[in-house]
Design a protein around this ligand. Structure first.
Ligand code: HMG
Ligand code: MG
Length: 323
């Protein structure tokens, strides 16, 4: 390699953080669109398995209307049974004051409010315009802050909307800024449809970083076109250090028709391990949790690494290194 090539490679990798915080969204995003609603006992086992695999932030469910998303109706029971394990954060989605009261009663210490960059998605997902939804979120955030709760934010359709097409990066970044003004500690910028390409992901992430700083940006890519890992990587190259993902690549939003699941946590951890970026996650244990939940749901995993590990075991060939 010429010295200039070496410098280019260094520049490409310079801002990749030494460690990445993973926000595991499997119990929420992963299960909200499944045909079967899992019992609260099964969900508790699932969340506990994820904790044992080393995940420290696990989105546990949603306090939304059970008529809109019946799969999340037993979130309070899950939360009550799991309690507040030391050092583990278990955010839950809350759309309004009704949801906040239920979350509080169940013992939630962190909530997530979820806004959209587009009018079309806001109406489909929240039955309200962006302005109306922000009025609700303002009340929710104020009451949550008064109760000492932490607040995470989401910007859906930060790149592309199923109803309105491509979204300008500064529009999504402005919504992130508004969520920070409500007291969020972090905002997850979401490619809800999974249509992003790495150039668009980079433009979206850079606009969000400029607006709210890289420490406050998380990224959340759905994997409809198989680009979630590539999109995540370019965001890490820009200094993003928090990533949402879902074990086995479970996930999907009932109001984003055709969108696939999230970036698979196994694939994210395997790539980061290979790059020497710490996550604190035990990949073998995580893969076991993924196998178990996929079996329960009667699905095959969407994780490439989990598939590889399964095939290697079935063929009785040496299991490829998971580090
Ligand atoms: P609405 O129908 O306009 O609500 O829904 P409403 O205020 O008119 O109330 C209607 C009924 O629902 C009332 O009951 C309320 O009490 C009840 P009734 O008097 O008819 O018996 N209700 C509730 N019950 C339980 N919990 C609540 C609640 N609120 C009202 N919180 C609402 C408005 C916001 C509630 C509804 O649109 C909703 O629940 N939306 C949530 C949809 C959702 O969960 N979507 C998936 C999550 S977002 C996502 O996946 C994207 C993300 O992953 C990022 C990305 O990838 O983009 C985060
Ligand atoms: Mg999502």
């Amino acid at each position: 390699m010429q010295p200039s090539d070496v410098a280019t490679v260094r520049n490409l990798l310079d801002r990749i953080p030494d460690s990445v915080t993973i926000v595991e969204v499997g119990p929420r995003d992963g299960l909200q669109n499944e045909k079967t609603t899992l019992s609260f006992e099964t969900k508790v086992d699932f969340v506990e398995g994820l904790i044992q695999a080393g995940l420290k932030t696990i989105e546990i469910g949603s306090f939304v209307s059970p008529r809109w998303v019946p799969q999340m109706a037993n979130t309070a029971q899950v939360m009550e049974l799991i309690g507040t394990p030391q050092g583990i954060d278990l955010p839950a989605l809350v759309p309004n004051l009704t949801g906040l009261a239920l979350a509080k009663a169940a013992g939630a210490r962190t909530i997530a409010i979820f806004a959209a960059a587009t009018e079309g998605f806001s109406r489909a997902n929240l039955n309200s315009s962006r302005v109306e939804s922000f009025a609700r979120f303002t009340d929710v955030a104020s009451a949550a802050r008064d109760s000492g709760m932490r607040i995470r934010g989401y910007v859906s359709c930060a790149v592309h909307c199923p109803y309105e097409g491509w979204v300008a990066p500064d529009v999504a970044a402005r919504v992130a800024e508004q969520l920070m003004e409500l007291g969020c500690y972090e905002v997850s910028m979401c490619d809800t449809t999974g249509a992003s390409t790495p150039d668009r992901a980079a433009a979206m992430a850079q606009a969000a970083i400029d607006a709210i700083s890289h420490e406050c940006v998380s990224v959340h890519f759905h994997d409809t076109y198989g680009r979630a890992l590539a999109n995540t990587l370019v965001c890490l190259q820009l200094g993003v250090c928090t990533v949402d993902s879902s074990v086995s690549g479970l996930g999907g939003c009932p109001y984003s028709p055709g969108a696939a699941g999230n970036l698979a946590t196994e694939d994210l951890v395997h790539m980061l391990n290979g790059m020497g970026v710490a996550t604190g996650v035990d990949l073998a244990r995580l893969a076991a949790v993924g196998r178990e939940i996929s079996g329960t749901l009667g699905r095959t995993t969407s994780s490439r690494i989990a598939t590889l590990l399964e095939h290697a075991a079935a063929l009785e060939v040496p299991v490829p290194s998971v580090n």
